[in-house]
Ligand binder design. Sequence first.
Ligand code: NIG
Ligand code: FE
Length: 411
Amino acid sequence: MALLITNIQELLQIRGPEVAKVCGAEMAVLPSLKNAWLLVEGDLIKDFGAMDTCPDVPAEVIDATGRTVLPAWCDSHTHIVYAGNRAAEFVDRINGLTYEEIANRGGGILNSARKLNETSEDEIYEQSRGRLEEVMKLGTGAVEIKSGYGLTVEGEIKMLRVIKRLRETYPVAIKATFLGAHAFPTAFKDNHTGYIDLIINDMLPVIARENLADYIDAFCETGYFSVEETGRIIEAGKKYGLRAKIHVNQFNAIGGIAACVKQDALSVDHLEVLNPEDINALKNSETMPVALPSCSYFLSIPYTPARQMLNAGLPLALATDFNPGSTPSGNMNFVVATACIKMKMTPEEAINAATINGAYAMGLSGSHGSITTGKKANLIITKPIASFYQLPYAFGSNLIESVIIDGKIIA
Ligand code: NIG
Ligand code: FE
C-alpha cells in the first residue's frame, strides 16, 4: 500500500534530479515547500506538492500537521564495524595522555585491531548491527562503513564480510570502503613497503574478486601513511575500480589533499588543519571535502574551517566518523548541531552538508539526499516544531518522531 504524508508544515531540501551537490553560497539555500504532501510508492518518492493539490489515492495516511519532513541523513564516513570499545583510553586522555601518545604505546587503532582479530565474525556482526540500528533510529538512511581494524588479510576480509551482511539485512543504503592502510601493524613498523605490498598483492585482489568494497581509503598523516604511500594505495585501488576516499589533514597538513584531488578522489575527509594551498587544490574539483565535527569535539582538536571553505566556493559534507577511538557516536543530529554551533554553519548549510553533499561523498546523490521524485523514500519526520532551526538549536534533544527508510517506517 502506498504511503501519503499530508499537512507537512515544511518539506525541506526539494531538488531537481540534476543536482548532485551544492557548493559555496548555494549551500545557504534549502529549497522548501510549506503545507505540503508527499506520496511514497514502494521504496520511492512518487510525488509531492502543495496541500491544495493533494491527490485522493488509496494509501496509508500520516498526518504531519506541525511537523517538518526532510531527507534522511547521509553519513558518508563511519567505522561502525568494530569489536569492543576504547573507554579505558578515553579515561587515559582525561588524565592527560594525548591521542598520539596512546597510539605510540600500542593503543589506538592497534588496540582495536587486536580486539577485532580476537573476535568472531558473528560476534562482530552482532555488535555492529546494534550500532547500525541505533543510527537508523536517529535518522540515518545511507551510510558508508570502512574496514581498517583488521590490518591482516583475514581481519580486513572479516570486516568487509560483516559490512556485506549488514547491507544484505538492513534497508539503509550501505557503501563499503577498504581501509587496510589505516595504520602499520607492529610487525611492519619498520617495513612500510612490506605492509603496503601486502595490501596491494594479498588484500586487494581477494577483496575485488569477492566484490567486498566500493571505495578505498588510507590514513594520510604524519606517523601513518605518507603522501607518497597514500598515492600508491590510491593507484592500486584504481586498478580494481575502487575510487579513493581519504583520511587527510587531521593533525598535520602534509600536502595530501592536492595529491588526492590529482588522483580524482571522491572525497577527502577530516581537514581539521587546512592551509590556503589545500583550499586552492579543492577548487573546481570533483572531490568532496568532508568535515567530522564530532571527532573534533571528542578529541578537542580544531574544527574544519567551514566558513573559509564555503567563502572560497567549495562544497562541504558532514559525517559522523563513528568509531571506537576518536568518535564513539553515530548521531548525525549532533553533527549538524555541532557544525552550526562550533563551525558557524547556518542550519541550511549544515542540512545541505548532511544530506545531498553527504550522498555525493558516497556516490549516492542519484538516489539519496534530497526530496526528488524517483529518489529513495528515505525521510525524517520531526516532532512538532516551529521551525527547522530548532533541530540544531535544541542540540541535546531528539526531535525526530519517525524515520522512513526505503518506504518503510522503521522508527
Ligand atoms: O577517522 N584518523 C583515523 N581514523 C579514525 C580513528 C581511528 C581510531 O582511533 O580508532 C578517524 O578518526
Ligand atoms: Fe575516520
